[in-house]
Design a protein around this ligand. Structure first.
Ligand SMILES: Cc1cc2nc3c(=O)[nH]c(=O)nc-3n(C[C@H](O)[C@H](O)[C@H](O)COP(=O)(O)OP(=O)(O)OC[C@H]3O[C@@H](n4cnc5c(N)ncnc54)[C@H](O)[C@@H]3O)c2cc1C
Length: 246
């Protein structure tokens, strides 16, 4: 059972994942009883005086991209939108030591032992944030779970966590990572291309060898994948755990 908690947390590290995605690490104060299940999200409240008095404190939901087993911190991986208030603040204003308010955990987007032995983690763009956490937790616990990690992004330069994923696949044969690139033009990419559609799903995570599907990311992508799973692949909705971000 995870209990909801609200606490102040300091930014202690910022990592540039791609040109428009950053991961922010927050220290969890030792006296705060914050626990969560890998894959859940928090509400982040940020002081944003740069937007004027009416928008000087804003809240957005972010999936926790780290797993509880990694340490007394939590990571949020955030895509930058030029016209987005909180993501722009995080990218252009945030400094090491800035304090923000975190409330959570929330959501049913998590994996627990026994839920299925063969899972597909399907993320579009920064939708891979909870997938990283779930994969990390399963690998760390040494569970005998087959993981299909399927991610779509615009160009090869937009692949998030690539070095980490490569490292994990070298030591964990139960993890299979596939990226599909929606805008491969001008690159030397020779892997999968196009969106995550029925044909891609049938090839990389067919229903007869997948127990559970996790889908997260931009709403249009999540709804498209869910529809393809249900209508084209005949997957029952009870086997799809989804989290649209719109
Ligand atoms: C449960 C949940 C988990 C989430 N986890 C993450 C996460 O791990 N990482 C992450 O980056 N985001 C995540 N989001 C989305 C996040 O909450 C914000 O919506 C996002 O950061 C944009 O906020 P903003 O203040 O920058 O933009 P806003 O000021 O709210 O919006 C301004 C403009 O940004 C654009 N925009 C905003 N959101 C999106 C979107 N999802 N897709 C396309 N365009 C958009 C639109 O053009 C919009 O007009 C999650 C959302 C939910 C509901």
């Amino acid at each position: 059972m995870t209990q909801k908690t609200c606490f102040e947390a300091e930014v202690i590290q910022v990592v540039l994942e791609t040109m428009d995605v950053l991961t922010f690490r927050f220290r969890i104060p030792e006296d705060v009883p914050f626990s969560w299940k890998a894959g859940q999200f928090v509400n982040l409240t940020v002081d944003t005086p740069e937007y004027g008095p009416d928008m000087s404190r804003l809240t957005r939901a972010y999936s926790i991209s780290s797993a509880p087993c990694e340490g007394n911190f939590l990571d949020l991986t955030v895509k930058y939108y030029e016209d987005g208030h909180v993501s722009r603040h995080l990218r252009e204003v945030t400094y090491l030591g800035e304090v923000m308010t975190i409330e959570g955990p929330f959501g049913k987007f998590f994996y627990e032992e026994g839920m299925g032995d063969r899972i597909a983690l399907i993320g579009g763009g920064a939708g891979v944030a909870p997938m990283r956490a779930i994969a990390m937790q399963i690998l760390e616990q040494g569970l005998d779970v087959d993981i299909r990690y399927l991610a779509s992004c615009r160009t090869p330069n937009d692949m998030i966590y690539l070095a980490t994923l490569i490292g994990w696949t070298e030591t964990h044969p139960n993890l299979h990572v596939t990226h599909t690139i929606t805008r491969p033009e001008g690159s030397t990419w020779n892997g999968a291309t196009g969106r995550i559609d029925a044909a891609f799903l049938r090839h990389h995570a067919p229903p007869d060898s997948t127990d559970l599907y996790y889908v997260a990311g931009p709403t249009e992508m999540v709804k498209g994948v869910r529809t393809a799973l249900k209508q084209d692949l005949g997957v029952d909705k009870s086997r799809i755990i989804w989290e649209p971000w719109g």
